[in-house]
Ligand binder design. Structure first.
Ligand SMILES: Nc1ncnc2c1ncn2[C@@H]1O[C@H](COP(=O)(O)OP(=O)(O)OP(=O)(O)O)[C@@H](O)[C@H]1O
Ligand SMILES: [Mg+2]
Length: 152
């Protein structure tokens, strides 16, 4: 496991990003990301997972508008470096339902794969992935805590 991109034990204040800071961070991550790469994005409703996924896609070179795949579960985009899959598992009822989505083939692709609500997939998230998590701050509605690349 590589070192965390943002130190998980840093003072919370150092990790608290405004939306524009989070977007800038995500775009920068996307610009340097190379396939195959699986990124999980955890955090409660409204924490900013889709906002971050959209920024990563933009930085990676996705030209199309990236919209929340809540109903389709998976959206696929083209980008110069590889295809991009944006997955939202919020409505997945059981990890077993991943099989009919073609999950094992999907996560084996030479692609960038961004997964919201990865907890819903149980143990079917590939072992090698970059975990990111976002949390609300109790006293600052405009900022979110971001953890990335460590054990979260
Ligand atoms: N610092 C911030 N970072 C990200 N989003 C922020 C921030 N501050 C405010 N917001 C707002 O919070 C909301 C985050 O929504 P978003 O859809 O990205 O969350 P989500 O984690 O994907 O939610 P869901 O679980 O419903 O899919 C947006 O309306 C955004 O404008
Ligand atoms: Mg979302």
């Amino acid at each position: 496991m590589h070192d965390p991109i943002v130190p998980p034990l840093a003072e919370h204040g150092h990790l608290a990003l405004t939306q524009s800071e989070l977007v800038a961070w995500g775009e920068r991550f996307g610009r340097v990301a190379l396939p195959p790469l699986v990124v999980t994005m955890s955090g409660e409703l409204g924490a900013g997972k889709t906002t971050l996924a959209q920024a990563v896609c933009r930085g990676y070179g996705v030209a199309d508008e990236v919209t929340s795949p809540t109903f389709a579960l998976v959206h696929r985009y083209d980008a110069p470096k590889s295809p991009v899959y944006h997955v939202d598992l919020y409505r997945l009822e059981s990890p077993d339902d991943l099989t009919q989505l073609g999950w094992d083939e999907l996560v084996a692709e030479e692609a960038l794969i961004l997964i919201e609500w990865p907890e819903r997939a149980g143990d079917r998230i590939p072992h090698l992935h970059v975990p990111m998590s976002l949390q609300h701050l109790p006293h600052d509605p405009d900022r979110r805590l971001l953890y990335a690349g460590g054990h979260v």
